[in-house]
Write a protein that binds this ligand. Structure first.
Ligand code: IVH
Length: 690
């Protein structure tokens, strides 16, 4: 079916293909997001999504409710559309102690003209520290989701919200014609820590706290990114609603629950306001053991007719108040600044302090984030520092008490060597984090690197799971990837280990021996160089052909002014930042030693030029201007599939320049250099597309 051009599909064929594509893409989403084991390449996945979108564009009435265009991976938007809330999203007034809370109740009583003895039933709910959102449902279907924005207008993040598992896409009847449901998108503490670890592994800047992580994940341009983030949702209020749905806030929460929303299980009705104090204490005690961050308790008048009468003052309702927990701060002395090396090589400074009680928890360590932060706050060893527990997750240093600085305190100098292995620690321009470049041997990172090295897309060695790697590493059998190839000599010892036996030891040895031949792209990928994923490894392998050529070029490219560096940067898809990562890797002698040793253990096969022999095999092509029949990315993928090399700059070495609409200086340069120019039509013929 896929061979039929979209313009030629009959309606029946289109319907069948959309169904097949929805199922197929959903399967790939599961493989990618749930199992972390994609079955196809990103380019193949994108091609499926594009085909789906093209069919949908031609037959909009056939768009399926479960269309992959709605779930994830939609074309990245440029910013977000604005969404005007039907009812404004308000904030809450804060109180900090019993007296302020009592004063709030008093105002409520006076406003409603209640007698002194009349009870005011309340509902208490933890105040979730996340990002507030408004969800609009029409006839029970989720139609728009938006951030709070300025309270009147937020950002339309519908596509991202659709990826949340906690979000009901439709409400079971009975439900009103139109309703805005309000709630908080948050990230659980554990999920937040795991996400940060993952982001660091991918070379991205971690988030400072779960609230930032939630808000940042919600405002992604690409819904696929949001989908990969562990976001959760609690619903706690409504905005516009076309008909009354309850008499009390309790009743409203019950309706939300019945529609499938998560409502915070700690929410509790209170008979009257004096119960608030003990509830506040109870939640305050439970706070640090809750799986998510809260920063107080919200108290709401239960009767909705009273809420209606109370209305709003300024930007906040009179019928609710947030009783915040006291800020948890303390001062203590900074004893040392330690540098920790993460499993991915990030050097993170950590404050070591004289133990201090911060809001009931003894704190000895605090994060200092990164070197700029230390400099900005001018934090010095010996200083008296102000510590705060931000949410509950990681204590932070707010600043120093300058009057208490010892006269001999010196500004902190961040190391430029890894404190664990002594390799260079480099900080790429524009990044906040300094990293150890000796990943292949650095003890802090080697287990992580070995796991990557033997993974499916790299050396693909079966029978060597995480536990085994850790155990072998602990015993000193695996200190770098080179040691893998020494394992066969230990077959008998392996067989004698717990969890092994003769058969599994033999299988492991065989699996290792079978990988003594490896294609260049897999080899490059296996090295775990930052930002060199499978796709970039393939680009490099194709461009340089052999291991020796690649290594020579990379060594030369360490010099930023060299031609080798210019050539590396000119590979489409590589660019200066990635080139610098490669240069940093090759600049570290530890890495060169490992490369050398590995090259003795394994045979690295040259990159194959696929479909060799075609008119494009081995040719260098530059695309310029806009092509009418395909995107630049598609053209590039096609050219590479035919064994051509695609670059960005025209030189004497360029074989063809494909000239599209509104081509500029590259076409002129090609003319000047006498490089052969192709029209789109000619290119299509050469590429076997016409
Ligand atoms: S009710 C009209 N309930 O706190 C009142 N808000 O400081 C609407 N929040 O923007 C808010 N947990 O993002 C309410 N259980 C809860 C809440 C809650 C967290 C947030 C919400 C709001 C902010 C106000």
């Amino acid at each position: 079916m896929r061979d039929i051009p979209v313009e030629k599909l009959s309606e029946e064929e289109a319907r069948a293909e959309l169904a097949a594509l929805a199922a197929e893409i959903a399967e790939h989403d599961r493989a990618y997001y749930e199992r972390d084991r994609p079955i196809i390449t990103d380019a193949e996945y994108d091609a499926l999504k594009r085909r789906n979108a093209a069919i949908e564009a031609r037959f909009p009435h056939l768009i399926r409710p479960d269309s992959p265009s709605f779930r994830v991976g939609a074309a990245p938007a440029r910013g977000f559309a604005k969404h005007r809330h039907l009812k404004p999203m308000l904030s809450l007034d804060n109180v900090f102690d019993r007296a302020e809370f009592a004063a709030w109740i008093d105002r409520v009583r006076r406003f409603l003209g209640l007698a002194a003895g009349e009870r005011i039933a309340l509902v208490a709910e933890p105040k979730i520290d996340g990002a507030s959102i408004s969800l609009t449902y029409r006839r029970g279907r989720f139609v728009v989701g938006a951030t709070r924005g300025d309270g009147t207008e937020g950002e339309d993040v519908t596509a991202n919200l659709r990826t949340l598992r906690d979000l009901p896409l439709s409400l079971p009847p009975p439900c009103p014609e139109l309703i805005e449901i309000r709630g908080e998108v948050y990230m659980a503490k554990e999920a937040f820590l795991a996400l940060n670890e993952r982001m660091e592994a991918e070379g991205e800047e971690p988030f400072a706290n779960p609230r930032n992580a939630a808000a940042g994940s919600l405002r992604q341009k690409d819904p696929a990114v949001t989908a990969s983030r562990p976001l959760a949702l609690f619903a706690y209020a409504i905005g516009e609603c076309s008909e009354p749905i309850a008499d009390t806030h309790q009743g409203l929460l019950a309706r939300l629950r019945a529609w499938g929303f998560a409502v915070n299980p700690l929410s509790r009705p209170l008979q009257d306001w004096p119960e608030a104090e003990s509830f506040q204490d109870e939640i305050g005690l439970a706070r640090s053991s809750l799986p998510y961050d809260i920063d107080g308790v919200v108290y709401k008048v239960d009767r909705l007719d009273w809420q209606e009468r109370l209305g709003f003052v300024g930007r906040a309702p009179r019928w609710a108040v947030a009783w915040k927990f006291p800020a948890e701060k303390a001062t203590t002395r900074l004893v040392a600044i330690e540098i920790q090396v993460g499993r991915t090589g990030a050097l993170t400074p950590r404050a070591v302090m004289e133990p201090v009680n911060v809001g009931g928890v003894i704190v000895r360590h605090a994060t200092l984030h990164n070197e700029d932060e230390i400099a900005r706050k001018d934090i010095r060893v010996g200083d008296t520092v102000i510590v705060q527990r931000a949410g509950d997750v990681i204590p932070q240093i707010l600043g120093v008490v300058p009057e208490k600085r010892p006269p001999d305190a010196k500004p902190f100098v961040f190391p430029d060597r890894c404190p664990v292995c002594g390799s260079h620690a480099v900080r790429p321009p524009g990044e906040a984090v300094r990293r150890c470049t000796g990943g292949l041997t650095c003890p802090a990172q080697v287990v992580e690197r070995l796991k990557h090295f033997v993974s499916r897309a790299a050396f693909d060695i079966e029978g060597l799971g995480e536990k085994t790697i850790e155990a072998f590493h602990a015993d000193g059998w695996l200190t770098s990837p080179v040691d893998l190839f020494k394992l066969p000599a230990r077959e008998a010892e392996i067989a004698a280990r717990e969890g092994f036996g003769t058969v599994s030891a033999r299988n492991l040895v065989r699996a290792i021996e079978a990988r003594r031949r490896i294609p260049l792209d897999r080899f490059i990928y296996a090295l775990g160089i930052r930002r060199i994923g499978e796709a970039n490894a393939r680009l490099l392998a194709r461009h340089y052909g052999t291991f020796d050529a690649w290594r020579r070029a990379m060594l030369a490219a360490r010099d930023p002014t060299s031609e080798a560096r210019a050539e590396l940067e000119a590979i489409v898809g590589i660019g200066p930042a990635i080139a610098q990562e490669l240069a940093d890797f090759f600049d570290e002698p530890h890495n060169l030693a490992v490369l050398e040793a590995l090259a003795h253990e394994v045979t690295i096969e040259p990159a194959s030029a696929p479909e060799a022999g075609g008119a494009l095999a081995g040719k260098t092509i530059v695309f310029t201007g806009t092509l009418a029949t395909m995107t630049r990315a598609e053209a590039k993928a096609r050219a590479e599939a035919l064994g051509a090399k695609v670059t960005d700059t025209v030189s004497k070495k360029t074989d063809f320049v494909v000239v599209g609409e509104e081509a500029g200086s590259k076409a002129e340069k090609a003319k000047a250099l006498g490089v052969r120019m192709l029209t789109e039509e000619e290119w299509r013929r050469l590429a076997g597309l016409a």
